[in-house]
Every structure is written in structure tokens, then in C-alpha cells.
Design a protein around this ligand. Sequence first.
Ligand code: ADP
Ligand code: MG
Length: 246
Amino acid sequence: MTVRAVRDISERRRVERMKDEFISTVSHELRTPLSSLRASLGLISSGSLDKRPEKQHQMVDMAIGNCDRLIRLVNDILDFDKVAKGRLPLRRMPVEAVDLLRRAADIAHDTASQARISFRIEAMPAVVQADGDRILQVLNELIGNAVKFSPPDTLIRLGAQPAGASETCFMVEDQGRGIPPEKLEHIFDRFQQGDASDSRALGGTGLGLALCRSILEQHGGRIWAESTVGHGSRFLFTLPTAIPTY
Ligand SMILES: Nc1ncnc2c1ncn2[C@@H]1O[C@H](COP(=O)(O)OP(=O)(O)O)[C@@H](O)[C@H]1O
Ligand SMILES: [Mg+2]
């Protein structure tokens, strides 16, 4: 009885601490682009750049960049909150794994080809029981990251194959910069970015993989990553295979 009470209190403290950390990270993440946005607009409005149109342009571009970052951040936080609270009810139905991979590759095609990055899909026949739109969101995030962290003229391999009797394993593998082993276990946490300069240089909020993990856990699946620095990263996730209805 006493042991249980102690455990309950420490669990409550842990949740409180997580909440505090979350709020302080969110405030920081919001304040930085907002202050920068305010500074750019202040400079433009003061008129001190009126005779320097190129500088003025630069300030407007910075303001737009910071606005975009804020929009991404708010969207990610809202999505994350809904998923975490189970407010995004899953509409699960049998979906062909290869269809999901093809649709995700189509969506990323333009961005990838601009960066001279190509896709190869290698999928064995597999049907998963899943909410297709949510899994597409996961694949978009993984492929988006793969494109973001890969140099030109490289290949991204997309795969799916049955894993054991009741699961299907999906793969997104790139030939990009890789992830150091000490970072690998943290990238699925909220607001974790491998490198503090990533968000400014490459866009992103550090919520993408945390969102992927929540979506997959809600499906009864798992997600993990393997990587060799300088050679590439491989993200793998599992989903329950649909029970055939013959
Ligand atoms: N394919 C990848 N190659 C190298 N690093 C990656 C890859 N995917 C994710 N990462 C690292 O994991 C971090 C977290 O990813 P994510 O949660 O999607 O956030 P974001 O994309 O917003 O930075 C990234 O900032 C990056 O450091
Ligand atoms: Mg991302």
C-alpha cells in the first residue's frame, strides 16, 4: 500500500516535470522566431532601410521565414496534442503497403528531384490494417527527413515486407549524413534535433519523429532507426498485417 502510494506520487511528479519541460520548450521555440519577426518588422517600419531596398528585401524574407517556422510549429504542436490525447480516431482498414509507398514517393517527387535525389521502391506483397492517411503522414515525415539530410545524386530506398506472422515492416533508407549513435535514441523525443543549427538551416521543428512514434504506437506498431555516420540512415516501422478475408 505504502509502496504503491509512493509510486503514484513519483509518477505524478514525473508527469508534472514533463509538462513543465514541454511548456518551457514550447515557449522558447515560439519566442525565438517571434522576436526575430518583430525585429525585422520594426526595422522596416522605422524607415531606416528606405534607401536600401536590398536590405529591406532581406528583412521581409527573414520575416516570411520566421512566419513559416511559426506556422509549422503550431501545426505540429496541434497535431501532436491530438494524437497524444487519442483525439485523432484511427480509421483502420486493409491497405496495400506498396500503395502507401508509391503515394508517399509521388508526394515527395518534386522536392526530391530538385535536389537530384531519386527513389527506389522494393515491396513484397503485404496488406496492413491501418489508417492510410496517418501512415502516409508518417512516410511523408520520414521521406522528408531523408531528402533533407541527403546530398544530391543519392538514392532513397523505400521498402515493405512481412515480418513474422502478424506484422509488416516498412523501411525508408537514405545515403545521407547519418546520425551519431548517442543521438539515435533521442531523435524520437519531442523537440529533439540532431544539431541545433538544423532547424534554421533546414526547416523543421523536431516534432516530426515524435509524431510518427505516437501515430505508430496508436496502431500497435513500433518505430526505430539504424545509422552509420557519413553513410546513411535507415528508419524502420512495423504495422499489424491485415487478416486475409478469403
Ligand atoms: N534521415 C535522417 N538523416 C539524418 N538525420 C536525421 C534523419 N531523420 C531525422 N534526423 C535527425 O533527427 C532530428 C529529429 O527529426 P524530426 O523529429 O523529424 O525533426 P525535424 O525534421 O523537424 O528536425 C533531425 O533534426 C535530425 O537531426
Ligand atoms: Mg522532420
